[in-house]
Design a binder for this molecule. Structure first.
Ligand SMILES: Cc1ncc(COP(=O)(O)O)c(C=O)c1O
Length: 464
Protein backbone atom coordinates (compact mmCIF):
# COMPACT_ATOMS: atom_id res chain seq x y z
CA UNK A 1 0.00 0.00 0.00
CA UNK A 2 1.50 3.40 -0.95
CA UNK A 3 2.14 5.95 1.75
CA UNK A 4 -0.72 8.21 0.79
CA UNK A 5 -3.36 8.20 -1.88
CA UNK A 6 -4.25 11.29 -3.89
CA UNK A 7 -8.02 11.38 -3.60
CA UNK A 8 -9.65 11.50 -7.03
CA UNK A 9 -10.77 14.99 -7.96
CA UNK A 10 -13.00 15.81 -10.87
CA UNK A 11 -12.23 19.20 -12.42
CA UNK A 12 -10.45 20.04 -9.22
CA UNK A 13 -9.33 23.46 -10.46
CA UNK A 14 -12.94 24.56 -10.51
CA UNK A 15 -14.57 22.48 -7.86
CA UNK A 16 -14.62 22.68 -4.14
CA UNK A 17 -13.32 19.26 -3.23
CA UNK A 18 -13.20 15.54 -3.66
CA UNK A 19 -16.18 13.84 -5.21
CA UNK A 20 -15.34 10.32 -4.12
CA UNK A 21 -18.06 10.22 -1.54
CA UNK A 22 -19.48 7.08 -3.04
CA UNK A 23 -17.71 4.00 -1.83
CA UNK A 24 -14.66 3.59 -4.06
CA UNK A 25 -15.00 1.24 -6.98
CA UNK A 26 -13.23 -2.08 -7.01
CA UNK A 27 -9.54 -1.87 -7.88
CA UNK A 28 -9.17 1.79 -6.85
CA UNK A 29 -6.09 2.47 -4.70
CA UNK A 30 -7.39 2.48 -1.15
CA UNK A 31 -7.46 5.34 1.29
CA UNK A 32 -5.84 4.56 4.66
CA UNK A 33 -8.32 2.64 6.82
CA UNK A 34 -9.25 3.48 10.39
CA UNK A 35 -8.45 0.82 12.97
CA UNK A 36 -9.22 2.59 16.24
CA UNK A 37 -9.25 5.98 17.91
CA UNK A 38 -8.71 7.19 21.46
CA UNK A 39 -8.58 10.74 22.81
CA UNK A 40 -7.01 13.00 20.18
CA UNK A 41 -5.33 10.06 18.43
CA UNK A 42 -6.40 7.81 15.57
CA UNK A 43 -4.63 4.69 14.24
CA UNK A 44 -4.82 3.21 10.77
CA UNK A 45 -4.85 -0.51 10.07
CA UNK A 46 -1.11 -0.45 9.42
CA UNK A 47 -0.45 0.76 12.94
CA UNK A 48 0.36 4.40 12.11
CA UNK A 49 -0.76 6.94 14.66
CA UNK A 50 -2.24 10.33 13.76
CA UNK A 51 -3.15 13.37 15.84
CA UNK A 52 -6.71 14.43 15.01
CA UNK A 53 -5.75 18.11 14.79
CA UNK A 54 -8.99 19.27 13.14
CA UNK A 55 -11.38 16.95 15.06
CA UNK A 56 -12.22 15.38 11.69
CA UNK A 57 -14.42 18.01 10.03
CA UNK A 58 -14.50 19.96 13.32
CA UNK A 59 -16.82 17.44 14.92
CA UNK A 60 -14.97 15.32 17.50
CA UNK A 61 -15.04 17.88 20.31
CA UNK A 62 -14.56 15.27 23.06
CA UNK A 63 -11.94 13.31 21.20
CA UNK A 64 -12.50 9.63 20.59
CA UNK A 65 -13.55 6.69 22.73
CA UNK A 66 -15.01 8.70 25.61
CA UNK A 67 -16.08 6.08 28.15
CA UNK A 68 -18.99 8.02 29.59
CA UNK A 69 -20.51 8.61 26.17
CA UNK A 70 -20.04 4.97 25.16
CA UNK A 71 -21.69 3.83 28.38
CA UNK A 72 -24.64 6.22 27.86
CA UNK A 73 -24.98 4.92 24.30
CA UNK A 74 -25.06 1.29 25.48
CA UNK A 75 -27.45 2.09 28.32
CA UNK A 76 -29.95 3.87 26.06
CA UNK A 77 -29.59 1.23 23.34
CA UNK A 78 -30.46 -1.37 25.96
CA UNK A 79 -33.68 0.48 26.79
CA UNK A 80 -35.00 1.84 23.47
CA UNK A 81 -33.07 3.05 20.44
CA UNK A 82 -36.03 4.53 18.63
CA UNK A 83 -39.48 5.78 19.54
CA UNK A 84 -41.36 8.17 17.31
CA UNK A 85 -42.00 11.55 18.89
CA UNK A 86 -45.65 11.35 17.84
CA UNK A 87 -46.01 8.24 20.01
CA UNK A 88 -43.67 8.87 22.91
CA UNK A 89 -41.72 11.50 24.70
CA UNK A 90 -38.31 10.27 25.82
CA UNK A 91 -36.49 11.18 28.97
CA UNK A 92 -33.34 11.55 26.87
CA UNK A 93 -34.97 14.22 24.72
CA UNK A 94 -36.30 16.14 27.72
CA UNK A 95 -32.93 16.11 29.49
CA UNK A 96 -30.98 17.15 26.41
CA UNK A 97 -33.43 19.95 25.57
CA UNK A 98 -33.23 21.31 29.11
CA UNK A 99 -29.46 21.10 29.20
CA UNK A 100 -28.83 22.71 25.81
CA UNK A 101 -31.41 25.48 26.12
CA UNK A 102 -30.15 26.23 29.64
CA UNK A 103 -26.65 26.67 28.25
CA UNK A 104 -27.87 28.70 25.28
CA UNK A 105 -29.64 31.10 27.63
CA UNK A 106 -32.50 33.50 27.39
CA UNK A 107 -34.20 33.92 24.04
CA UNK A 108 -33.33 30.35 23.00
CA UNK A 109 -35.63 28.34 25.24
CA UNK A 110 -36.73 25.66 22.79
CA UNK A 111 -34.76 22.95 20.99
CA UNK A 112 -35.64 20.82 17.96
CA UNK A 113 -33.20 17.92 17.44
CA UNK A 114 -32.37 16.61 13.99
CA UNK A 115 -29.63 14.48 12.43
CA UNK A 116 -27.04 16.99 11.30
CA UNK A 117 -26.16 20.49 10.20
CA UNK A 118 -27.95 20.52 6.86
CA UNK A 119 -31.18 19.34 8.49
CA UNK A 120 -30.75 22.04 11.12
CA UNK A 121 -30.42 24.68 8.39
CA UNK A 122 -33.50 23.38 6.58
CA UNK A 123 -35.39 23.45 9.87
CA UNK A 124 -34.31 27.04 10.57
CA UNK A 125 -35.36 28.26 7.12
CA UNK A 126 -38.75 26.58 7.23
CA UNK A 127 -39.38 27.55 10.84
CA UNK A 128 -38.56 31.21 10.08
CA UNK A 129 -40.92 31.14 7.10
CA UNK A 130 -43.72 29.56 9.06
CA UNK A 131 -43.29 32.12 11.82
CA UNK A 132 -43.63 34.98 9.31
CA UNK A 133 -46.72 33.37 7.79
CA UNK A 134 -48.22 32.83 11.25
CA UNK A 135 -47.69 36.56 11.93
CA UNK A 136 -49.40 37.49 8.67
CA UNK A 137 -46.14 38.59 7.01
CA UNK A 138 -46.64 36.26 4.08
CA UNK A 139 -44.52 38.34 1.69
CA UNK A 140 -41.36 37.51 3.67
CA UNK A 141 -39.47 34.55 2.21
CA UNK A 142 -35.98 35.69 1.21
CA UNK A 143 -33.13 34.63 3.46
CA UNK A 144 -29.95 36.54 2.70
CA UNK A 145 -26.68 34.61 3.01
CA UNK A 146 -23.02 35.57 2.80
CA UNK A 147 -20.62 35.08 -0.07
CA UNK A 148 -18.73 32.92 0.68
CA UNK A 149 -20.59 30.99 3.34
CA UNK A 150 -21.66 27.41 3.98
CA UNK A 151 -24.86 26.08 5.47
CA UNK A 152 -25.09 22.51 4.22
CA UNK A 153 -25.42 20.25 1.23
CA UNK A 154 -29.20 19.94 0.86
CA UNK A 155 -30.91 22.14 -1.72
CA UNK A 156 -32.51 24.54 0.77
CA UNK A 157 -29.23 24.96 2.62
CA UNK A 158 -27.42 25.36 -0.69
CA UNK A 159 -29.79 28.18 -1.67
CA UNK A 160 -28.45 30.28 1.24
CA UNK A 161 -24.89 28.97 0.86
CA UNK A 162 -22.52 31.38 -0.85
CA UNK A 163 -20.60 29.13 -3.21
CA UNK A 164 -20.69 30.12 -6.89
CA UNK A 165 -19.21 26.79 -7.97
CA UNK A 166 -22.05 24.77 -6.43
CA UNK A 167 -24.60 27.27 -7.68
CA UNK A 168 -23.28 26.92 -11.23
CA UNK A 169 -24.21 23.24 -11.08
CA UNK A 170 -27.28 23.08 -8.86
CA UNK A 171 -28.59 26.62 -9.39
CA UNK A 172 -31.45 25.68 -11.74
CA UNK A 173 -32.79 23.29 -9.10
CA UNK A 174 -33.13 25.82 -6.34
CA UNK A 175 -34.43 29.23 -5.47
CA UNK A 176 -31.17 31.10 -5.06
CA UNK A 177 -31.26 33.63 -2.27
CA UNK A 178 -29.54 37.04 -2.24
CA UNK A 179 -25.95 37.18 -1.03
CA UNK A 180 -23.84 39.87 0.61
CA UNK A 181 -20.05 39.86 1.03
CA UNK A 182 -18.49 38.07 3.99
CA UNK A 183 -16.45 40.56 6.03
CA UNK A 184 -13.01 39.16 5.20
CA UNK A 185 -10.20 40.53 7.34
CA UNK A 186 -7.07 39.42 5.45
CA UNK A 187 -7.64 39.37 1.72
CA UNK A 188 -9.20 42.81 1.32
CA UNK A 189 -10.14 44.95 -1.68
CA UNK A 190 -7.85 47.95 -2.34
CA UNK A 191 -8.20 50.89 0.08
CA UNK A 192 -9.80 48.82 2.81
CA UNK A 193 -8.70 47.59 6.19
CA UNK A 194 -10.61 45.00 8.21
CA UNK A 195 -12.69 47.66 9.97
CA UNK A 196 -13.69 49.60 6.89
CA UNK A 197 -14.43 46.42 4.97
CA UNK A 198 -16.67 45.15 7.77
CA UNK A 199 -18.51 48.48 7.58
CA UNK A 200 -18.83 48.06 3.82
CA UNK A 201 -20.17 44.54 4.39
CA UNK A 202 -22.89 45.75 6.76
CA UNK A 203 -23.75 48.60 4.37
CA UNK A 204 -24.09 45.95 1.65
CA UNK A 205 -26.50 44.01 3.87
CA UNK A 206 -28.68 47.06 4.38
CA UNK A 207 -28.56 47.91 0.65
CA UNK A 208 -29.51 44.35 -0.19
CA UNK A 209 -32.52 44.40 2.16
CA UNK A 210 -33.68 47.71 0.65
CA UNK A 211 -33.11 46.55 -2.91
CA UNK A 212 -34.97 43.29 -2.38
CA UNK A 213 -37.82 45.09 -0.61
CA UNK A 214 -37.67 44.86 3.18
CA UNK A 215 -41.18 43.43 3.36
CA UNK A 216 -39.96 40.40 1.37
CA UNK A 217 -36.88 39.66 3.49
CA UNK A 218 -37.35 36.94 6.07
CA UNK A 219 -33.88 36.47 7.50
CA UNK A 220 -30.12 36.85 7.35
CA UNK A 221 -28.07 33.70 7.96
CA UNK A 222 -24.37 33.79 8.87
CA UNK A 223 -21.68 31.83 10.65
CA UNK A 224 -20.61 34.03 13.59
CA UNK A 225 -17.16 32.44 13.44
CA UNK A 226 -16.63 31.08 9.98
CA UNK A 227 -16.14 27.46 9.07
CA UNK A 228 -14.50 26.10 5.95
CA UNK A 229 -16.03 28.67 3.61
CA UNK A 230 -14.08 31.58 5.10
CA UNK A 231 -11.45 29.75 7.17
CA UNK A 232 -12.52 30.63 10.73
CA UNK A 233 -13.31 34.22 9.85
CA UNK A 234 -13.96 36.51 12.82
CA UNK A 235 -15.25 39.98 11.96
CA UNK A 236 -14.48 43.12 13.99
CA UNK A 237 -16.88 43.44 16.95
CA UNK A 238 -18.85 46.33 15.44
CA UNK A 239 -19.88 44.11 12.53
CA UNK A 240 -22.03 41.90 14.76
CA UNK A 241 -23.69 44.86 16.49
CA UNK A 242 -24.47 46.52 13.15
CA UNK A 243 -25.88 43.33 11.67
CA UNK A 244 -28.26 43.02 14.65
CA UNK A 245 -29.31 46.67 14.32
CA UNK A 246 -29.96 46.35 10.61
CA UNK A 247 -32.01 43.18 11.08
CA UNK A 248 -34.05 44.90 13.80
CA UNK A 249 -34.61 47.97 11.63
CA UNK A 250 -36.26 45.89 8.90
CA UNK A 251 -37.90 43.14 10.96
CA UNK A 252 -35.46 40.58 9.55
CA UNK A 253 -34.66 37.45 11.62
CA UNK A 254 -30.99 36.98 12.46
CA UNK A 255 -30.01 33.31 12.14
CA UNK A 256 -26.63 32.18 13.43
CA UNK A 257 -25.36 28.98 11.89
CA UNK A 258 -23.36 27.55 14.78
CA UNK A 259 -23.04 24.06 13.33
CA UNK A 260 -19.28 24.42 13.57
CA UNK A 261 -18.79 27.28 16.03
CA UNK A 262 -21.32 26.12 18.65
CA UNK A 263 -21.14 23.63 21.52
CA UNK A 264 -18.11 25.15 23.19
CA UNK A 265 -15.69 25.20 20.32
CA UNK A 266 -14.84 28.91 20.43
CA UNK A 267 -14.52 29.10 24.23
CA UNK A 268 -18.19 29.90 24.89
CA UNK A 269 -21.15 27.54 24.59
CA UNK A 270 -22.35 29.57 21.60
CA UNK A 271 -20.03 31.76 19.57
CA UNK A 272 -22.94 34.23 19.80
CA UNK A 273 -22.02 34.65 23.48
CA UNK A 274 -18.93 36.61 22.39
CA UNK A 275 -21.22 39.38 21.11
CA UNK A 276 -24.10 39.91 23.55
CA UNK A 277 -25.22 42.97 21.56
CA UNK A 278 -25.93 40.73 18.58
CA UNK A 279 -28.18 38.09 20.10
CA UNK A 280 -29.56 35.97 17.24
CA UNK A 281 -33.24 35.03 16.85
CA UNK A 282 -32.48 31.46 15.79
CA UNK A 283 -29.40 29.26 16.19
CA UNK A 284 -28.44 26.02 14.50
CA UNK A 285 -26.08 23.51 16.08
CA UNK A 286 -24.66 20.13 15.00
CA UNK A 287 -21.16 18.62 15.01
CA UNK A 288 -19.92 19.29 18.58
CA UNK A 289 -23.32 18.79 20.15
CA UNK A 290 -22.86 15.03 19.79
CA UNK A 291 -19.14 15.23 18.94
CA UNK A 292 -19.23 12.53 16.28
CA UNK A 293 -20.71 9.87 18.59
CA UNK A 294 -24.03 10.03 16.74
CA UNK A 295 -25.42 12.10 13.85
CA UNK A 296 -27.12 15.08 15.47
CA UNK A 297 -28.12 18.69 14.89
CA UNK A 298 -30.44 21.16 16.57
CA UNK A 299 -32.46 24.27 15.95
CA UNK A 300 -32.75 26.57 18.95
CA UNK A 301 -35.60 29.08 18.99
CA UNK A 302 -37.28 31.44 21.45
CA UNK A 303 -40.45 30.44 23.26
CA UNK A 304 -42.36 33.32 21.68
CA UNK A 305 -41.65 32.15 18.12
CA UNK A 306 -42.41 28.51 18.87
CA UNK A 307 -45.67 29.48 20.56
CA UNK A 308 -46.68 31.66 17.59
CA UNK A 309 -46.07 28.78 15.18
CA UNK A 310 -47.79 26.32 17.54
CA UNK A 311 -50.86 28.56 17.76
CA UNK A 312 -51.05 28.60 13.97
CA UNK A 313 -51.14 24.80 13.77
CA UNK A 314 -47.59 23.73 14.62
CA UNK A 315 -44.28 23.37 12.80
CA UNK A 316 -44.94 21.67 9.47
CA UNK A 317 -41.59 19.99 9.25
CA UNK A 318 -39.88 16.92 10.58
CA UNK A 319 -37.59 14.00 9.93
CA UNK A 320 -37.86 10.36 10.95
CA UNK A 321 -34.92 10.57 13.35
CA UNK A 322 -36.08 13.82 14.93
CA UNK A 323 -35.30 13.75 18.67
CA UNK A 324 -34.70 9.99 18.64
CA UNK A 325 -33.89 8.64 22.12
CA UNK A 326 -30.53 7.10 21.24
CA UNK A 327 -29.11 10.29 19.70
CA UNK A 328 -30.53 12.43 22.50
CA UNK A 329 -28.98 10.19 25.18
CA UNK A 330 -25.63 10.40 23.41
CA UNK A 331 -25.95 14.17 23.00
CA UNK A 332 -26.79 14.51 26.69
CA UNK A 333 -23.71 12.53 27.70
CA UNK A 334 -21.51 14.58 25.34
CA UNK A 335 -22.71 17.96 26.54
CA UNK A 336 -22.66 16.86 30.22
CA UNK A 337 -19.09 15.64 29.84
CA UNK A 338 -18.09 18.90 28.20
CA UNK A 339 -19.59 20.91 31.07
CA UNK A 340 -18.37 18.75 33.94
CA UNK A 341 -14.81 18.64 32.62
CA UNK A 342 -14.79 22.41 31.98
CA UNK A 343 -13.90 21.82 28.35
CA UNK A 344 -15.31 25.16 27.21
CA UNK A 345 -12.81 26.94 29.45
CA UNK A 346 -10.12 24.59 28.13
CA UNK A 347 -11.10 25.58 24.58
CA UNK A 348 -10.56 29.20 25.52
CA UNK A 349 -7.20 28.56 27.23
CA UNK A 350 -5.83 26.14 24.66
CA UNK A 351 -7.20 28.35 21.89
CA UNK A 352 -5.16 31.26 23.25
CA UNK A 353 -2.03 29.09 23.35
CA UNK A 354 -2.71 27.74 19.87
CA UNK A 355 -3.10 31.28 18.57
CA UNK A 356 0.18 32.42 20.12
CA UNK A 357 2.05 29.44 18.71
CA UNK A 358 0.50 29.78 15.25
CA UNK A 359 1.33 33.50 15.18
CA UNK A 360 4.93 32.62 16.06
CA UNK A 361 4.96 30.09 13.25
CA UNK A 362 3.56 32.70 10.87
CA UNK A 363 6.46 35.00 11.73
CA UNK A 364 8.90 32.23 10.71
CA UNK A 365 7.14 30.56 7.79
CA UNK A 366 7.26 32.10 4.34
CA UNK A 367 3.98 30.45 3.25
CA UNK A 368 1.76 31.03 6.29
CA UNK A 369 -0.01 34.26 5.42
CA UNK A 370 -2.73 34.57 8.04
CA UNK A 371 -3.89 33.01 11.30
CA UNK A 372 -7.45 33.63 12.41
CA UNK A 373 -10.22 32.22 14.54
CA UNK A 374 -11.45 32.02 18.11
CA UNK A 375 -10.90 29.41 20.80
CA UNK A 376 -10.21 26.05 19.20
CA UNK A 377 -11.69 27.08 15.85
CA UNK A 378 -8.66 28.39 13.97
CA UNK A 379 -7.47 28.38 10.38
CA UNK A 380 -4.16 29.08 8.68
CA UNK A 381 -4.09 30.63 5.22
CA UNK A 382 -1.45 29.60 2.69
CA UNK A 383 0.27 32.03 0.32
CA UNK A 384 3.25 31.84 -2.00
CA UNK A 385 4.30 35.42 -1.27
CA UNK A 386 3.44 37.13 1.97
CA UNK A 387 3.88 40.66 0.68
CA UNK A 388 1.48 40.21 -2.24
CA UNK A 389 -0.65 37.53 -0.49
CA UNK A 390 -0.40 35.55 -3.74
CA UNK A 391 -2.54 32.41 -3.80
CA UNK A 392 -0.85 29.15 -4.87
CA UNK A 393 -1.74 28.28 -8.48
CA UNK A 394 -5.13 26.51 -8.44
CA UNK A 395 -3.72 23.51 -10.31
CA UNK A 396 -1.48 22.72 -7.32
CA UNK A 397 -4.43 22.01 -5.04
CA UNK A 398 -2.14 23.35 -2.36
CA UNK A 399 -4.18 22.62 0.73
CA UNK A 400 -4.93 19.06 -0.32
CA UNK A 401 -1.23 18.45 -0.85
CA UNK A 402 -0.50 19.93 2.57
CA UNK A 403 -3.12 17.62 4.11
CA UNK A 404 -1.24 14.69 2.54
CA UNK A 405 2.13 15.88 3.76
CA UNK A 406 0.72 16.40 7.25
CA UNK A 407 -0.69 12.86 7.30
CA UNK A 408 2.79 11.54 6.47
CA UNK A 409 3.96 13.26 9.63
CA UNK A 410 1.09 11.79 11.64
CA UNK A 411 -1.13 14.86 11.68
CA UNK A 412 -4.70 14.98 10.38
CA UNK A 413 -5.84 18.37 9.10
CA UNK A 414 -9.13 19.30 7.46
CA UNK A 415 -9.52 21.49 4.44
CA UNK A 416 -11.92 22.16 1.60
CA UNK A 417 -11.38 24.75 -1.09
CA UNK A 418 -14.00 27.46 -1.23
CA UNK A 419 -15.06 28.45 -4.75
CA UNK A 420 -12.09 26.69 -6.32
CA UNK A 421 -9.66 28.65 -4.15
CA UNK A 422 -10.89 32.04 -5.40
CA UNK A 423 -10.84 33.57 -1.92
CA UNK A 424 -7.64 31.89 -0.78
CA UNK A 425 -6.67 28.51 0.62
CA UNK A 426 -6.66 27.54 4.26
CA UNK A 427 -6.57 24.61 6.64
CA UNK A 428 -8.51 24.25 9.86
CA UNK A 429 -6.56 23.85 13.09
CA UNK A 430 -9.27 22.77 15.48
CA UNK A 431 -8.24 19.91 17.78
CA UNK A 432 -10.69 18.29 20.22
CA UNK A 433 -11.60 20.42 23.25
CA UNK A 434 -9.74 17.95 25.49
CA UNK A 435 -6.38 18.92 23.96
CA UNK A 436 -3.54 19.65 26.41
CA UNK A 437 -0.88 22.35 26.23
CA UNK A 438 1.81 19.79 25.33
CA UNK A 439 -0.39 18.47 22.53
CA UNK A 440 -0.99 21.98 21.18
CA UNK A 441 2.80 22.46 21.09
CA UNK A 442 3.21 19.16 19.25
CA UNK A 443 0.47 20.01 16.74
CA UNK A 444 2.01 23.38 15.90
CA UNK A 445 5.47 21.85 15.62
CA UNK A 446 4.14 19.27 13.15
CA UNK A 447 2.34 21.99 11.19
CA UNK A 448 5.62 23.91 10.99
CA UNK A 449 7.44 20.84 9.65
CA UNK A 450 4.65 20.17 7.17
CA UNK A 451 4.67 23.74 5.86
CA UNK A 452 8.45 23.50 5.45
CA UNK A 453 7.93 20.27 3.47
CA UNK A 454 5.47 22.02 1.19
CA UNK A 455 7.63 25.09 0.79
CA UNK A 456 10.51 22.81 -0.26
CA UNK A 457 8.24 21.28 -2.90
CA UNK A 458 7.25 24.72 -4.19
CA UNK A 459 10.88 25.78 -4.39
CA UNK A 460 11.90 22.61 -6.16
CA UNK A 461 9.16 23.22 -8.71
CA UNK A 462 10.41 26.85 -9.02
CA UNK A 463 7.04 28.14 -7.92
CA UNK A 464 8.60 30.30 -5.21
C1 LIG B 1 -21.38 26.13 9.20
C2 LIG B 1 -21.96 24.84 8.70
N1 LIG B 1 -23.28 24.74 8.47
C3 LIG B 1 -23.85 23.61 8.05
C4 LIG B 1 -23.10 22.49 7.80
C5 LIG B 1 -23.74 21.23 7.30
O1 LIG B 1 -23.69 20.24 8.29
P1 LIG B 1 -23.81 18.69 7.92
O2 LIG B 1 -22.62 18.35 7.11
O3 LIG B 1 -23.86 18.02 9.26
O4 LIG B 1 -25.08 18.51 7.17
C6 LIG B 1 -21.72 22.53 8.02
C7 LIG B 1 -20.87 21.35 7.75
O5 LIG B 1 -19.68 21.42 7.69
C8 LIG B 1 -21.14 23.73 8.48
O6 LIG B 1 -19.82 23.84 8.69
Amino acid sequence: MPDTIVRPLIGAEDHGGPVDNFYLKKGTPRQKAIARADGIYMWDTEGRRYIDASSGPVVSNLGHGNKRVLAAMAAQAGKATYAHHAHFESEANVRLAELVTGLAGSGLERAFFVSGGSEATESALKFARQYAVAKGETARWKVIGREPGYHGGTLGALAVTGDPVSHAIFGPMLKAMPKVPAPFTYRLPPNHDADSYARAATAALEDCIRREGPETVLGFIMEPVGGLATGALVAPDHYYRSVREICDRYGVLLIFDEVMSGAGRTGKFLAADHWPAARPDLVTLAKGIAAGYTPMGALLAPDRMVETVAAAGGFMHGHTYLSNPLSCAVGFAVVSEMIERNLIANAERMGALLRTRLEALKAKSTILGDVRGKGLLHAIEIVTDKSTKAIPPASLLAVYRIVELAAKRGLLLYSRRTAGGKYGEWLMVSPPLIVSAAEVEEIVELIGLTLADYEAELREAKLM
